[in-house]
Design a protein around this ligand. Sequence first.
Ligand SMILES: [Zn+2]
Length: 594
Amino acid sequence: MNLLPFGKLPAYKPRKFVPQNIDLGDWSQIAPLFDQLEQRAAQCKSAADLERWLLDWSELTAALDEESSRRYIAMTCHTDNPGAEKAYLHFVENVEPQLKPRQFALEKIYVAHPLREKLPQPRFRVFDRDVKNHVELYRPENVPLETEETKLSQRYQKLSGSLTVRFRGGEKTLVQMGRYLEEPDRPLRQEAWELVAKRRLQEAKKFDGIFDQLLKLREQIAKNAGFENYRDFAFRKLGRFDYTPEDCAKFHDAVEKEFMPVIRELQAQRRAQLDLDKLRPWDLAVDPLNRPPLKPFAEVAQMVSRTQKIFDRLDGNLASGFQQMQDLRLLDLDNHKGKAPGGYQDTLNEARLPFIFMNAVGLQRDVETILHEAGHAFHALATRDEDLRAYRQAPIEFCEVASMSMELLGNEFIEEFYPTDMVGSRCRATPDAQQRVPTSDANRARRVHLEGIVGIFPWIATVDAFQHWVYTHPDHGRVERVAAWLALMDRFGGDVDWSGHEEARAHLWHRQLHIFLHPFYYIEYGIAQLGALQVWANSKRDKAKALNHYKKALALGGSRPLPELFQAAGCRFEFSAKTIQPIAKMLREELGKL
Ligand SMILES: [Zn+2]
């Protein structure tokens, strides 16, 4: 039984190295291919031989990636099918653990290879730099420490995931409680917010304890690898060759200077619309005009056809890419029984085709998600001609430019979801409309989106600056840590009244999973959003030109360093006030129109 939403996919290229009929779930069939690659490396006589070797290795990696993706997709589409789960777990438990050391062995062989320096440049520059970095950072003594780190991360996730509260006669997870913050009834919002805050605070000592241990471990990992502190280690580990901690500090300063005034204006408007003296933490997610949620579509088929119309209006190439995904059934978007929650875009690496998974239920958030994931899918389609597997994927700072740009560019045609003839009937229901009241559902959707973008920058700066402080002050105590966090909340928190909830404010970072699980990985979203906003600004001046740049940059995949990818997309890879100031100005103007 085929558990995949799609049928047989056209092969992009016939295999040259991996046997046609191999079972990629059977390690005993895979291992000989790694043996062959190890032996063949020594026989390479020329740079061309080494290049052929790299492409064969790429082909094997892509085939294994696709096998893993197929099993993952089948499982997430059918969580109620034990066979699908078994097949996925078989791969995770029997193939992946064997795979990792064999892949690493090939990386070491490559880095030590005498012909490596003869490979054509700049073609292999980024690949070479990344593999060398990976090999150089490896320390056998860090392996048990990293296992310990993973265990502590699991403890954090288990603790966070286990928290529940009793609310309205039932037990609710903290995630489920989130939706009550959108309720118009203010006392109810307050009750829900306070219950959650109190529940988290009950575990504050445990969260701090887990973090203290993580900090010690990470400090040791960095020392073992020869770094002065964990921050410097993390920068190398994340492959940050093109920006420094000082650049991040400039980003924090520019967000404070350029974005905080916009945030304060938006907060003042919200306060006025809600008719409040002060905004409290439970007043930030509710619609300030108490309107019912937007309803962009009723059926998933409508969501797809309207999204297609948006791309038809935006760009012919992108439109045909999205159409191709429909034709090949590479979209699984409706919320049906047995489906895993959430959404993702994955790439079938051998067919070189993207797949999008979602649980659409008819909310504006679904429209943002499909535009976002389509941006990632366009990226995958744009790199199909690249034979080196590693180059079919860009660094995350640029992957998110592809997806976030598509949200902004797609929103220009969001009327496809909110036909203008509906404007009158809905919006004249608020006759005392103030100047800034959205004039249509389309504009309301745009406004929510832009407010979300503006609002995320201070939080990114807070989370990032906090980690810079924490890992460069490794001997700090909990009191100093709270003080450092609160200083950042003062800089980036805006005009929200937390009185009576000072403890909750002091420990707010406990809920940010990245701080525990993925240290330093967060500013990427800020960097990418700056790129996406520049693409959008360019499109306002010259849409065709901006889209051409966008498509060209996507086609480069991961073959160039970040500054070159940004440049190809028509943006600056720079995140001080020089870049941020005009962006903040544009956002203020755009919000003023909505
Ligand atoms: Zn994304």
